[in-house]
Write a protein that binds this ligand. Structure first.
Ligand SMILES: [Zn+2]
Length: 456
C-alpha cells in the first residue's frame, strides 16, 4: 500500500486479515473493562449468558445479541441522571470527573443523549484518526473549515480536535442563525472548506446569488464536507454540488464517535472508507434491522444495520450498539483510490425503513431511483404514510415534484415511467402524485422524507 489511509502507521503496512487480527487483539481487554466498570454492560453480558473473556474473535462478537439501541441509551441516561446526577448513562465506564469532552445528539426526537463523551485519553486516540480522515479530503495546515449545523456542540466536538491537529482552523456557525448569516461569515472568514448537510449545500446554490450577488463557485472552496444525510451518494446530487461549487464534495461521518469514514477524491462515489478499524468494529458487525439477527458482514454487498463495538475507549464505549444506520458493505479494493479496507454506503435509517408486502424498502433507494429522472423531476419527494411505519398497506404513496419544464400533458407518462423504474429497482408498485416544482420545500437541515398524515 503506497498511501497512508490510517492514523496508525502500522495499520498502513497490514493487509485486511492482519488488521482483523489487530482488532481481535484489542477486543477482550475492552469488553472486560466494560464489564468491570459499568453495571449496564455487566447486566447485558449476564443476560446473554456470556462472559467477556469468552469473546475473543469478531465471530464471537457477532454472536452476542445487540446490547443497546437508541431508546436503551436514552433510558440509561435517564437512570444515571436519577441515580448519580449525570446524563452520561449507566454505560459510562470512566469516573465522571474524568470526562474531558462531551457532545450531544440533536435531541429532535426525545431526550438528547451525550453519545459523544470522551476522556482525555479517548480524545488523544480519536483526534489523529479524525485528522487522518480529514486529510484524505485534502484538509491541511492553513485551511479554514466553516461548519454549519444545528447545535454546534454536536458538529464540532470531535471534529475540531482532528482539524486542529492538521493545523486547520474550524469556524463553527450555528445553523439556527440562518443561511444569510452563514453566507456573511463565508464572506468574512473566507473558508477553504465548508461542512454542512448536502441539502444545505444544494440550497446555498440558489440562495448565495440572491443574498450576496455571488455564485457559490466564487467562494473559491477546495472542498465540501457533507454529512447527516444520504446526499452525494446519489450521483445527480454529487455532480450538481461539485459543478456548482467547482470543487470535490466528500461525505464524512462518525456516528457517536464510531465508524469514522470518508468518501474519496473520485468523480464517482465509492462509499465511506473505514479509516479507523482500530477504533471500532462497526463495519464488521451487521444485523437485520428488524430481527437484529446477524447477517454475513464480510460478504461483498452485505446490507444490514451497523452495530458498534469500540476497541479502545474509556468514557462511554459502545458494545453491541445498534444505532440505526443501515449500510451496504463493499469489500473490494476501491477503484477510486486503492483503499483495501471495507467501505459502506448508507442505505437508510432503521427507523426510516418501511416494509411493503414483506419487502424492506428504504426511502433512500426510492430517492435514488427518482433522482435518475432529473430534470423531469426536481429530486424532491415525500413518502405519504397513513399509519405508523414500518408496515405499509400497499400501494406505497409518493409525492414527487416534477421539473419546471414538464407540461400538464406529460405528467401521466412521467408518472408511469417512474413507477416502472421503482418496480424494476425495488419491487414496489407505488401510487405517484406529481406536484409542482416548488410544492415540496427543501429544508436547510434535514429534509423530511415522510409526510405522516396519521399525525395530522
Ligand atoms: Zn476510494
Amino acid at each position: 500500500m503506497t498511501r497512508s489511509f490510517y492514523a496508525d502507521p502500522a495499520l498502513n503496512r497490514m493487509d485486511p486479515e492482519e488488521i482483523r487480527r489487530h482488532q481481535e487483539s484489542k477486543l477482550p481487554a475492552q469488553l472486560k473493562y466494560c464489564y468491570e466498570h459499568s453495571e449496564f454492560y455487566r447486566q447485558k453480558f449476564d443476560d446473554a449468558g456470556a462472559k467477556p473473556e469468552d469473546i475473543r474473535t469478531l465471530e464471537d462478537l457477532r454472536k452476542l445479541p445487540v446490547f443497546m439501541v437508541k431508546d436503551d441509551e436514552r433510558r440509561s441516561a435517564e437512570l444515571s441522571l436519577e441515580k448519580y446526577g449525570h446524563p452520561f448513562g449507566l454505560h459510562l465506564c470512566a469516573p465522571v470527573e474524568d470526562i474531558y469532552l462531551t457532545g450531544t445528539t440533536s435531541g429532535t426526537t426525545g431526550m438528547p443523549t451525550f453519545s459523544y463523551t470522551f476522556t482525555k485519553k479517548d480524545m488523544e486516540f480519536l483526534a489523529p484518526r479524525i485528522a487522518a480522515r480529514m486529510a484524505l479530503a485534502g484538509v491541511g495546515k492553513g485551511d479554514r473549515v466553516a461548519f454549519f449545523f444545528a447545535l454546534g456542540i454536536y458538529a464540532t466536538t470531535m471534529t475540531l480536535w482532528g482539524l486542529r491537529r492538521l493545523g486547520a482552523l474550524p469556524i463553527d456557525i450555528d445553523a439556527r442563525a440562518g443561511t444569510e448569516l452563514f453566507l456573511k461569515f463565508i464572506g468574512l472568514t473566507r473558508p477553504t472548506y465548508i461542512a454542512c448537510t448536502p441539502s444545505l449545500a444544494e440550497y446555498l446554490i440558489i440562495k448565495a446569488p440572491l443574498v450576496t450577488g455571488k455564485e457559490v463557485g466564487d467562494f473559491g472552496l477546495k472542498g465540501i464536507l457533507t454529512t447527516g444525510e444520504i446526499g452525494i451518494a446519489l450521483p445527480g446530487i454529487k455532480k450538481k454540488i461539485e459543478s456548482a461549487y467547482g470543487c470535490r464534495s466528500y461525505d464524512y461521518w462518525a456516528p457517536c464517535g464510531n465508524a469514522p469514514g470518508i468518501s474519496c477524491d473520485s468523480d464517482e462515489y465509492h462509499g465511506l472508507h473505514a479509516i479507523a478499524p482500530d477504533l471500532c468494529t462497526s463495519y464488521d458487525d451487521l444485523v437485520d434491522p428488524v430481527t437484529k439477527e446477524p447477517v454475513d458482514s464480510d460478504s461483498d454487498g452485505a446490507v444490514g444495520e451497523m452495530v458498534h463495538t469500540n476497541l479502545q475507549r474509556e468514557a462511554c464505549p459502545a458494545v453491541k450498539y445498534a444505532y440505526g444506520d443501515i449500510v451496504r458493505i463493499t469489500t473490494k479494493e476501491c477503484p477510486g483510490c486503492g483503499f483495501r479496507g471495507k467501505r459502506a454506503k448508507l442505505v437508510g435509517r432503521a427507523d426510516d425503513m418501511l416494509i411493503v408486502k414483506g419487502v424492506n424498502v428504504y426511502p433512500a433507494a426510492i430517492r435514488d431511483v427518482v433522482a435518475g429522472f432529473v430534470p423531469d423531476v426536481t429530486g424532491e419527494l415525500r413518502i405519504v404514510l397513513e399509519s405508523p411505519p414500518p408496515r405499509v398497506v400497499p400501494p406505497l404513496k409518493l409525492k414527487i415534484a416534477h421539473g419546471a419544464h414538464v407540461s400538464e400533458a406529460d405528467l401521466p407518462g412521467l408518472s408511469s415511467r417512474i413507477a416502472q423504474a421503482l418496480h424494476d429497482a425495488i419491487k414496489i408498485r407505488p401510487e405517484i402524485r406529481l406536484v409542482g416544482p416548488e410544492d415540496l420545500p427543501k429544508e436547510t437541515r434535514k429534509t423530511p422524507v415522510f409526510e405522516k398524515i396519521y399525525e395530522e
